[in-house]
Structure formats: structure tokens, C-alpha cells
Design a protein around this ligand. Sequence first.
Ligand code: BTN
Length: 252
Amino acid sequence: MTEFPEGARIVRHGAVDSTSERAFAELAVGNARHMDVHVATEQTHGRGRHGRVWRSPAGEGLYASFVLLPERPWNGAALTIALGLAALDAVSALGLTRAALKWPNDVVVDGAKLAGVLAETRDLDPRRPAYVAGVGIDVRQTMFPAELVAERPVTSLALCGIAASVEDVLRALVRAVAERTARIESDIGTLERDFLRAAGLERGRVRAEVAAGPILGTLIAFAVESGLRIRTDAGMESRFALEHVRALTSIE
Ligand code: BTN
């Protein structure tokens, strides 16, 4: 186990099912601390959002799961945004300044996915809230399997010209997660503003996908507490809680 300056305890694994499963297992037996970070060289059952598989070949990517134990429960959208920004900050700190965020928290480069975040909680006890934030970042891949590329465009730091090691990425990510999650309670406005900028949603028209279908219009407000407000092209105002927004893109 290594200690990082941010107070993070790095729990290193070889090949595991999923670093998030390892984090939940330590939580279940009462061994977990805030900012424990489970890192593996390889995952055999890496999990993505919406039940997808997160491909996790040995030594190619960063597979890290953070245990987060705040004093009070966090707003889910705030955690989602903070983690996406942390992943973006980490790759930016390594020199990749043209990456962006795609709702809710994919890191993309020219539309190709570089990193993803899966924030989870199980049997949340509001008196002792516990979250596991899993972050996967493609680092050294120079090729991807055809079936993955057929599903969606993907990239890696190496393919973007950034010659970082997995350990470099881990260090940058730990710093960024500590900084961004600290703002969830103290400075949500910065997270909201930085998210809009990182996702290219600061001005102009947007397209939001919600259960009822796509909504096109001008973004009037974006806030963790009050949600999304859009003036539709038909001149109506629509409001949605952020957890009901499936996709959100600029259409300028
Ligand atoms: C996504 O679908 O975009 C989220 C991907 C999250 C992958 C990471 S890798 C570390 C952690 N362990 C998992 O099984 N998943 C997350």
C-alpha cells in the first residue's frame, strides 16, 4: 500500500474482477477509508455505465476505484460532474489540452472516448454515506479491437501523442479527484461553470434527451440543485432534474 500526499491510500492489485468490486468488498468488511484508491493492472470483469463491459487489458489503461466517505450524502449529479472534471483535469495536467467532457462524464477527444466514470453506491445509509467512483482511462493502447471500434470511436493518451505511464496518470487523477470532490460541498458553482465550459455548453443552442424524447432550444440554466432549464424552439420553458437527462450536446 502506498500513501499519496492527498491523504490517499493506494491499494494495488494485479488482475482482479473489477477494482470497484474490490472497493465495495473492503467497505463491506469495515476496512475502507476515505480516499482509498483500488488500482489494478488488469480487470477481468471491468464494468462500464449502462451494464456495458469496460475493456481492461493488462498494463494498457488506468483502472482505479476511489472510496469516498463524505459526512453527508452528496447530490448524485454533483458527484457525477466532479468526477468527470477530475478525469479531464488529470489528462489536461499531462498535456492533453484538447480533451472535452461529454454528458454526463465521458472524456472525449475529437468525439472519441478516452475515459469513463462509473460512480456507484450500494444500500446508501444517509448517516454513513459511501460511494465508489470507478475511473477508466485508456493510456497506452495503440490499437483497439474491431468490435469496440465498431461500437463507438475510442482513443488513448498514446494515440493522442501523450507518452505518460499508467502511474503518471494515477498520480494526476488522485490529485484531481481530491480537488474536485472537495468542491462538492464548498463550491458547487465552480463545478457547474467548469462543466459547462468543458462540455462546450456555455452558449448557444442545445439538444437534451429526456424520457419524453429530444428537446431542442437555448440553455437558460444548469444547476445541480434546480436542474436544467431550456427555452425550446417553440418558445416554451422546459425544466428537468439532471438525473433525468440522458444526453446533452451543443448543436451550434
Ligand atoms: C463508462 O462506461 O464510461 C464507465 C467506465 C468505468 C470503468 C472503470 S475502470 C475502474 C472501475 N472498475 C470497473 O469495473 N469500472 C470502473
